[in-house]
Design a protein around this ligand. Sequence first.
Ligand code: O2Y
Ligand code: MN
Length: 608
Amino acid sequence: MKTYKELQGWVDEMAALCQPDRIVWCVGSDEENERFMSELVSTKKALKLNPEKRPGSYAFFSDPSDVARVENRTFIASQLEEDAGPTNNWRDPEVLKETMTELFRGSMKGRTMYVIPYMMGPFGSPLSKIGIQLTDSLYVVVNMRMMTRFGSKVLEALKEQDAFVPCLHSVGYPLEPGQEDLEWPSTPIDYKYIAHFPEERLIWSYGSGYGGNALLGKKCLALRIASKIAKDEMWMAEHMLILKLTNPEGKTKYILGAFPSACGKTNLSMLIPTLPGWKVETVGDDIAWIWMKPDGKLYAINPESGFFGVAKGTSYQSNYNAMKAIEKNTIFTNVAITDDLDVWWEGIDGEVPEHLMDWKKQDWTKDSVTPAAHPNSRFTVSTSQCPVLAEEWDQPEGVEISAILVGGRRPSTIPLVHESLGWKHGVFMGSMMGSELTAATISKEIGKVRRDPFAMLPFIGYHVGDYLQHWLDMGKKSNYAMLPKIFYVNWFRKNEDGAFIWPGFGENSRVLKWIFERCDESVKAELTPIGYVPAKGSIDLTGLDLTEDDMETLRIIDTDGWLHEVESIREYYHTIGSKLPVVLEEELNKLESRLKFFDVNNQNTDDY
Ligand code: O2Y
Ligand code: MN
């Protein structure tokens, strides 16, 4: 971290290194944003969309080689390699700084360096953190303006808070005098570096202008660097949605949900329940910062102030509220464009247009064999445009958490929902969660589970074993009874014909209702070797076309499948090495013996 007094010196030093033609300090006004957008349009880096269809909205098209987070070019540069652990790409911090210093040298020639003061978290929250990002990408600037609290008011707050995370970013494409710029400058993959120095709380990102690689407040600060700060300071930075659930009597609970990327977190956080009288409101869709107050309960804030959601597959049916949010004032990246200058992507409502401009700016017709929108096409929109934003989303004191959901895409074995026996067993569930690999990932490993502990695999800024121990330590700090209950949910169970059994979307509210009522112990559960599953008839299926057999498949325990699962988790635990918490190995052994020798009348759950 650096102090307010060090800010100007650091900006000067980085400017001397990167050699921009000019420096612009962003203030965050509407007038400034309009100026930036006009410049982006006049230099052909952005396309202004039809104001009658999509007012205040713009589309950007990236270089085809720069379309997503690059995990293999993301580095954790801790002093000791063993502090990065087996799941991160480690680099020696000094060596990495030397390499990157040479890349940054002169990298902003012919360009403007923008100074972005930004805040992650509500003003006045005990967890909120300030970052200052230097960047030569105006696309990054206009996105950061939506995704974070941004501009002069953050500099004011910095005078008080007196600590910021320095973040240096360049697309790595300097311009010689007279050289024409590219629409989306970036570097070849081997020159991209998304570097984190967790001990120094420093971020350097070079060579990519896209999403998580370049909007440094998000995955880099709010997860990788914040996870290390959180461990050191006894709080948690997690890859989780935060939703507010209200029952027909008006009682509310706040729920966290950890799901791997592309498992529908944004959709769940904005869900419209099919159950009459139930309501979901959004506090956050991707990241939660969580701390324990003196009452021993967990409270959470959303450090972001915008959504960077996947466009492909988003429709009024799959996520009505997201579609409403992006009707105006939205930035779209790598979507297709209709002939009347609106946006289009696979899965959006309505007829497929006869003609489009695809994300590579080529003509596209129904006969085209390539997708019109990139699968990782995105919308960026301010949280303020979400029709179901919870009014307390921005309150500095956070919201009190009653339940934590974990889950992934598991076509077999894992039931629709099961509740942990207690905190340690819940951490075990989070440690082994993940998704089955499909043809879309690595074909020779189809059917294998990619374990993704608490959906944090690409985002833990230190050793995964220490991270799991931190979860256990957080629990030890409290009376276990005060902590949220932990549930494993799986919407993705399939039948023998390969079809999803659970209808998903708004029907997930039926599972949320069961979870809500379990928190009050007002609905029945059945104790099984893997935890508590819904008692027969305890999930409200009113009006749902689901056979009893199907519901039983979603509810009952497949003992052989689970014994196979135990072996697979054991293999996975080996990869974590000696830092795997002993408690988790014990949980695994206990699960195995419950699966082999379970007796519901003689089951001691006291030590949970
Ligand atoms: O590909 C990117 O750069 C975006 S990744 C992303 C964006 C929003 C929310 N979550 C994620 C993720 O990868 O988990
Ligand atoms: Mn995410």
